[in-house]
Design a protein around this ligand. Sequence first.
Ligand code: XMP
Length: 500
Amino acid sequence: MILVLDFGGQYNQLIARRVREQGVYCEVKNYRLPIKEILEIAPEGIIFTGGPNSVYAGNAPTLSKEIFELGIPVLGICYGCQLMANLLGGEVATCEISEYGNTTVNYSQSDLFEQNKNIAWMSHTDYISKIPQGFKITAITENCPVAAMENSERKLYATQFHPEVNHTVNGSHIIKRFLDICNAKYDWTMENYAQTTINSLREKIGDGRVLLALSGGVDSSVAAALLSKAIGKNLTCVFVDHGLMRKNEGDEIEEAFKNFPVNFIRVNAGERFLGKLAAISDPEEKRKIIGEEFIRVFEEESKKIGTVDYLAQGTIYPDIIESGTGDAAVIKSHHNVGGLPDCVDFKEIIEPLRLLFKDEVRALGRELGLSEVLVSRQPFPGPGLAIRIIGDITQEKISILQDADFIFREEIAKEGISPSQYFAVLTNMRSVGVMGDGRTYDYTLALRAVNTTDFMTATITKIPYPVLEKISSRLVNEVKQINRIVYDITTKPPSTIEWE
Ligand code: XMP
């Protein structure tokens, strides 16, 4: 595998994506990982990510120079590039002119590059002013004398630009060349993953019984398929209907899993969740409450079933990363990670998808024979409509949002538009309107539709105005207490996909 050492940069997950897209397995770990553990992992190559610091800052993340003595090829990117220079006796200084965005790079003869001049993505305020002994400069830009350097004898490579970002022309090819230098194994396929995971789940669980938190979304459905292949009827899927599902969704999920070869239980817990959430308006608090309540319901169900050894969840890699494993900032604690209570009454939690990105999960679902409708479903967050109702949650608000969201989805389907994710948000804002001859003072509903492949970054879906007009007209006419519709036109980043 390829080890990505995380120095807190914003593109760290992209690096992992790019490596895996080539068919090579890779994991992101914090830069503090001890050398001893690196040796145990025995990666074929190591990539240092970018990061927000300057190598000379007092608390700048760093590591032992020993890492360059292991005989493992290293690629340093951005901060990682400067760190390599600094640790090996080179010098780093502050740029007179910072480079940010698309920049023309002139490449020279190198193990990594097969081009003379092309655009690359830059984002730095420091630069390498002196390269370490034994290195040669392999790329420059107008303002950056060391846009890349390498010591091919020691298999040490560094790029000031970001090959993982799509704007860097041939960036994937640069990463592929590094993987070739590492003699990486190109064996990361979902077919292999399915087989090895089914085998290891069988071995681990043995005759044990597993309870799976099934939400009906892609992740937990794929986890259910994987586990059902591994342990068959020893798996019980529990679908907790927290009353915060989309319109009719609870019944649809029950219907879809009726014929699945597993034990299926639906728990209607709407009132219980609503009680716990009463008067709570802080998004993180909502997530924590829902996460905790989920686990409590599962514990209770498991006791009813008899002995249950393991709790399974459909947690995926971005959930883990965005909940803050490295030094990157905590964006949101997804309910099935950050929201877990300290004390969980199961032997262990099994998360068979915890290392997969969303598109890998979909590919795995297809590999396991799940229907396309289920596999290509848009994601729906575990806390459900709770994080799409801004402010406190009431049954009335849930109903308004369910009706509005249903109409939005119905119209999008009719138009044949397929955003990666689209939904309505009930803002906590009310404004004055006029309906018939009367004054209204009702809610503003926001519509959100985004395109993305990895859900880490997203662009807005350009829904044609006539379609938006039609949707808006239906919403204000058919849903009581809504008198204004707005369309969210922000990308991620700086926004997130959900509003909370
Ligand atoms: P954000 O809002 O972080 O969303 O840009 C990225 C993706 O994650 C989903 N999401 C969640 N999923 N529990 C989940 O299971 C959560 O707490 C949660 N918050 C966001 C979101 O719907 C999008 O697909």
